[in-house]
Design a protein around this ligand. Sequence first.
Ligand code: COA
Length: 171
Amino acid sequence: MAFTIVNEESDHTVHLTNLLDSAFGTGRKGRTVYRFRDGVAPVDTLRYVALGQDGSVWGSIRFWPVAMPDGGVEVLLGPLAVFPKLRGQGIGKALVAHGLAGARAAGYRAVLIVGEPDYYRPFGFRPEHVSGLTLPGSVAPLTFMGLEFEEGRLTHAAGPVLPALRRERSA
Ligand SMILES: CC(C)(COP(=O)(O)OP(=O)(O)OC[C@H]1O[C@@H](n2cnc3c(N)ncnc32)[C@H](O)[C@@H]1OP(=O)(O)O)[C@@H](O)C(=O)NCCC(=O)NCCS
């Protein structure tokens, strides 16, 4: 089934709670990645949705800003979600590819993820890129990984990755 990827607009946003509940469950806000999202807005220019031909939201990807040990800001990919009935058609991978292109074009030098290695490895995410970095909490059974747009941005970094400055409530 055909889909298109566009910037998330306010009339899409109302569908995202259902999408994220169906993908991650209502207990999702206890996950470590939500420590980065609590009170912090997603990167406004990196919010994308996949739409069906009738304009309905089929999937979504967002990125959150995170503070690197040197005080610079990079982005954490997620949440990425596709409605269960629409999975397996390439929507998730297309959203990741679109989002990564957007992050690179926006000037970010690296992207972090807590996810499944098998899914994200083809995009270049590697656990060894973040071996010097720590997150504030457990990520098991998922894996902390990173993708460098600028060589050394992650592999030469050491210390904690922290939530970016609080600005407004997360969705
Ligand atoms: C992960 C998710 C976004 C993938 O969306 P999708 O549109 O089905 O993805 P695609 O069609 O692009 O890719 C499907 C492929 O990814 C694989 N895949 C899906 N979820 C996977 C996972 N958690 N781990 C490893 N591989 C996975 C599928 O087996 C399939 O493999 P194939 O191409 O060899 O058949 C979707 O399954 C989802 O919303 N899951 C719940 C939320 C979630 O786990 N998000 C990711 C957080 S890390």
